[in-house]
Design a protein around this ligand. Structure first.
Ligand code: V47
Length: 384
């Protein structure tokens, strides 16, 4: 429910008509989304997004028990924001490529932890054969039949199709046969051509990224969508990004969740020019996403990218998912993230409970595995 104070603030700032559309369940235009980004009263904007969040999910806040696998950071692309990629693994350049045994062991060794998902993201390696990617999935599937395998961004899948002379359908079908179950949202960055030309001009275009997801949805795979914010993009370009996702979602219904990712400036080519986006910017981005993406069920605050405290605050700005235990994250930590490399289930519960929400363990398709509705402990502070 919107408080009288939020109503008054929205009226005062001329946002009454947008509020009325939201409350009536009507779709917002791109211009209205830009207006919301520019709203003066962050708390009132948050209340509106929270209204939509609670109407959809109540206090439920989703997380999963997952492990990340980054089999190689060797990459032929030269994205200016990336701190993870290396041109080769021949010298002491922090470039690495796991053998198949290492990659599979990295995942299977976590079995005792009750993990339900592996999230696989690699670099665009110039030499690895197609069998390497297929075998990674196949061997994890054989060793651990019930594990969800969320693997390979649209940028990687597009690269595989080009490099190995296959259609997107062939690439996806072979991976599905090997055991792939969903596709992560990485590689989307900002769709606007102006931005991609400047920060990632040698990987899949926006149209190609969207085409991979369209093909995946057609084959019955669910997928996620990200947006890298807080660098050279304008607010209108953020809205354009979300509008393209909303249009594809209207067409296929295959996206599960939208994940705004905060730019991390350390050890990459553009970090000196663009400091880390502020908490204010993060919160308004989550709120506008929740209000604009009326056909997305979930909005995720990836705690690794945002920090645990901001992720907790985001739960009042439209967010209903905090990702998971993560286990050994590399991409953000090479870009200066100071968050832990993993959180225990207990830490995730505390983060969620002390924001007044209910932790709900989900699987990769958002089936509820367990609702942890025990009351919060008596201490007032929550996670330190
Ligand atoms: O595509 C790379 C981003 C993404 C930096 O699908 C950076 O559930 C900030 O997509 N600063 C990969 N961001 C991670 C990703 C992801 C993460 C969590 C959950 C899911 C999901 C997907 O990381 C890349 C890029 O947009 N990234 N470098 C950086 N310096």
């Amino acid at each position: 429910m919107l408080t009288p104070l939020a109503h008054r603030a929205l009226e005062r700032d001329g946002l009454g008509p947008i509020r009325d559309k939201v409350l009536a369940g009507e779709r917002l235009s791109e211009a209205e989304a830009v207006t919301l980004f520019e709203a003066r009263d962050l708390a009132a904007l948050g209340s509106l997004a929270n209204h939509v969040r609670e109407a959809r999910h109540g206090d439920f806040t989703f997380y999963n028990r997952n492990v990340h696998l980054n089999p190689t950071n060797v990459c032929v692309a030269t994205c200016k924001f990336c701190s993870f990629a290396r041109p080769d693994d021949r010298h002491a350049s922090e470039g690495y490529t796991m053998s198949l045994d290492q990659a599979v062991h990295h995942v299977v060794s976590k079995r005792a932890l009750g993990i339900t998902e592996v999230h696989i993201v690699s670099g665009l390696h110039p030499d690895l054969p197609w069998e390497y990617y297929l075998e990674t999935v196949r061997r994890i599937r054989q060793a651990w039949p019930e594990l969800h395998i969320k693997g390979y961004t649209a940028v990687e899948l597009h690269f595989f199709a080009e490099k190995f002379g296959k259609t997107l359908e062939q690439v996806l079908r072979e991976l599905i046969d090997a055991g792939l179950t969903t596709i992560p949202g990485g590689g989307a960055e900002i769709f606007a051509a102006r931005v991609r030309r400047k920060i990632c001009d040698d990987k899949a275009t926006a149209e190609q990224w969207l085409e991979v997801h369209r093909a995946a949805h057609r084959l019955g795979l669910k997928s996620n969508a990200t947006m890298l914010y807080g660098h050279i993009e304008t607010l209108a370009e953020r809205v354009d990004h979300m509008a393209r996702l909303r249009a594809l979602q209207d067409e296929t219904g295959g996206f599960q969740v939208f994940i705004p990712l905060a730019f991390h400036p350390e050890h990459n080519m553009i970090g000196k020019a663009f400091p880390k986006p502020t908490g204010y910017d993060g919160l308004r981005t989550f709120a506008v996403a929740r209000l604009f993406l009326d056909n997305f069920d979930h909005v995720k605050a990836y705690w690794v990218s945002l920090g645990e405290r901001m992720a907790q605050a985001a739960l009042s700005f439209g967010v209903d998912d905090v990702d998971g235990t993560v286990l050994e994250e590399r991409i953000y930590h090479m870009a200066g993230a100071t968050t832990p490399q993993a959180l225990s289930e207990g830490q995730l519960h505390r983060m969620i409970r002390f924001a007044g929400r209910v932790p709900v363990e989900r699987d990769s398709l958002y089936h509820v595995l367990r609702v942890h509705d025990a009351p919060a402990a008596a201490s007032a502070g929550g996670p330190g």
